[in-house]
Design a protein around this ligand. Structure first.
Ligand code: FAD
Length: 524
């Protein structure tokens, strides 16, 4: 008879891994099953911002924005390696238009009808004032107004943009966030199963019997648990209907978002926030040192089994949007990579994909004889808060009284002050003089203080074993396979790192072949 865990989590995205980590830290026993790679779905396809979401203010989503703003700095302190402050330049233009369906737009049309459809500068400044003051900002600098002419920020933009606001948010390496949550949960005792799909779950004598299948070998197993969490992201509805055979009116609204990546367009480290004439906004963000990330779109997506891809229409939309601002005209030929993900939003019947709420909703269901908590929506930024709220309900169901602990608990490798990244890079180079600055920076930005454990007692690049290109060594790949659940070349090149942008097809194939034959102790 298999052991009964307290909690079984379906889904290894940011929400599932965040809940598993929080739960194990409170003394509950936890098993998590992910049918693909950790962070392989939505949680590696985001815009990668820890942000309050300036545009949500137009939808009067004050609770969500406030919670997310407060959360930015908490997360930044707990993971100074994979997250960092970023300044956002928002060029002003009278041509840009409101989405007419937002509550702010409707209100403005009623009280100031001559402004119908327009988003005046003073309104943006008011929004930024709220943004600066709603979230107990301590580390991040405040908004400022700037004249673009003659500045580095103004140089890449068309001359018609003369004034801008500059405000703060944070960047996060989304897929590393998931991997580090899973790693931390595992180090604290959680069982993390990857490439393991939950096929069905039924209750017998008050205990969940969960049938899983290894998607590579086909081997099936049964796990027992007192409570189930359905954090299947875009598949949350499928799990409810197919695995739990439950009818529900709670529905998920799938909203696809795509990004394109180009060679670096400009030479400073700030991000641009561009408003469009259709009421939407996009970002252009410095990415992986040599690239620029542009996104995102909002399009309804009707079937989670259809893998999201950036359509030709979305690609053209993003290029046209960016070209309205940049002096350089970007074309299809400038695109080096594109990715797409699906937001699993709680369906409240919003008019369009952009206006569907990004807030999270937790639905507890006891009707099957044992509790299941279904997770809808949420943002990368609010994953820790979502986990905290989930744990309130889980502990009540399981009569457990563990204390919240993640508020000031660093993720693996992240126990150093936000201001000391450069010192960490210097220290790594002192210990391993064969590293150049770019290599050391990449390792600190990925692993933080764990970079020393990744490199171990190596005294030269040769002692790191094979080199797969772009400073990716055999030793690092073995670390990822042993400690971060990586199994395939794509796991390493697109989710544990973004070295896929730098390796040739031949190098990628070599890594794939090597990993297929490599012997390593898997973390799980
Ligand atoms: C384009 C885009 C941009 C975004 N930008 C931002 C941003 O900048 N900032 C921000 O805060 N948020 C952003 N978000 C939102 C954020 O990415 C998502 O809210 C978050 O990643 C959802 O995480 P999740 O864990 O719920 O879902 P997922 O990451 O999709 O995880 C669910 C997991 O469940 C697994 N699964 C499903 N069914 C089963 C099963 N039967 N058995 C086992 N496993 C299963 C899946 O394989 C998947 O890995 C963005 C989202 C998108 C799409």
């Amino acid at each position: 008879m298999p052991k009964v865990s307290d909690l079984f989590v379906i889904g290894g995205g940011v929400n599932g891994c965040g809940i598993a980590r929080d739960a194990i830290g409170r003394g509950l026993s936890v098993t998590l099953a992910e049918m693909n790679d950790i962070g392989g779905a939505t949680s590696s396809a985001s815009t990668k911002l820890f942000h309050g979401g300036l545009r949500y203010l137009e939808y009067f989503e004050f609770r969500l924005v406030r919670e997310a703003l407060i959360e930015r700095e908490i997360l930044l302190k707990n993971m100074p390696h994979i997250s960092w402050p970023m300044r956002f330049v928002l060029p002003l233009s009278s041509e840009m238009r409101f989405d007419n369906t937002t509550p702010t737009s409707r209100l403005l049309a009623r009280v100031l009808p001559w402004l119908r459809g327009r988003r005046p500068d003073w309104l943006i400044r008011l929004g930024l004032f709220l943004y600066d003051h709603m979230g107990g900002r301590q580390i991040l600098p405040a908004t400022r107004t700037m004249t673009l002419a003659g500045t580095r920020e103004g140089a890449p933009l068309k001359d018609k943009f003369v004034k801008a606001y500059e405000y703060s948010d944070c960047w996060v390496e989304d897929s590393r966030l998931v991997a580090l949550n899973a790693r931390d949960a595992h180090m604290r005792g959680a069982q993390i199963l990857t490439r393991t799909k939950v096929i069905s779950a039924e209750v017998k004598d008050g205990i969940w019997h969960i049938l899983t299948q290894d998607v590579q070998t086909g081997v099936q197993c049964t796990y027992l648990a007192r409570m189930l969490v359905n954090a299947a992201g875009p598949w949350v509805g499928d799990v409810i209907k197919s695995a739990l055979r439950q009818n529900t009116n709670d529905a998920v609204r799938l909203v696809r978002g795509s990004h394109i990546v180009t060679k670096r367009i400009y030479d400073h480290e700030k991000c641009y926030f561009f408003q469009g004439q259709d009421g939407r906004i996009i970002f252009a963000i410095p990415y992986e040192t040599d690239f620029t990330l542009i996104g995102t779109t909002d399009a309804d997506h009707f079937d989670p089994s259809i893998a999201p891809v950036c359509s030709a229409q979305e690609q053209a939309y993003l290029l046209n949007f960016a070209n309205a601002y940049f002096k350089t005209t970007l074309t299809d030929n400038d695109i080096v990579w594109r990715y797409s993900g699906v937001r699993p939003l709680f369906d409240e019947g919003a008019e369009n994909a952009s206006s569907a709420s990004r807030d999270y909703t937790l639905k507890l269901d006891r009707s099957l004889g044992a509790p299941v908590l279904n997770v809808f929506g949420g943002k990368i930024t609010t994953y820790r808060r979502l986990a905290n709220s989930a744990l309130d309900q889980i502990q009540a169901e399981l009569s457990h009284d563990g204390t919240p602990w993640t508020h000031d608990a660093a993720l693996p490798g992240g126990a150093f002050p936000v201001t000391e990244v450069d010192q960490q890079i210097d220290r790594l180079r002192e210990t391993y003089p064969f590293l150049d600055n770019a290599w050391a920076k990449r390792l600190i930005r990925a692993y933080g203080t764990d970079a020393h454990n990744v490199l171990g007692d190596s005294r030269s690049a040769q002692e790191l074993g094979l080199s797969f290109g772009a400073s990716l060594s055999e030793r690092e790949v073995r670390w990822l396979m042993t400690h971060e659940f990586a199994r395939t070349a794509d796991d390493v090149l697109w989710r544990r790192s973004k070295l896929g942008l730098r390796l040739s097809q031949v190098q990628r194939d070599e890594l794939a072949t090597w990993m297929k034959h490599a012997k390593t102790d898997h973390a799980a």
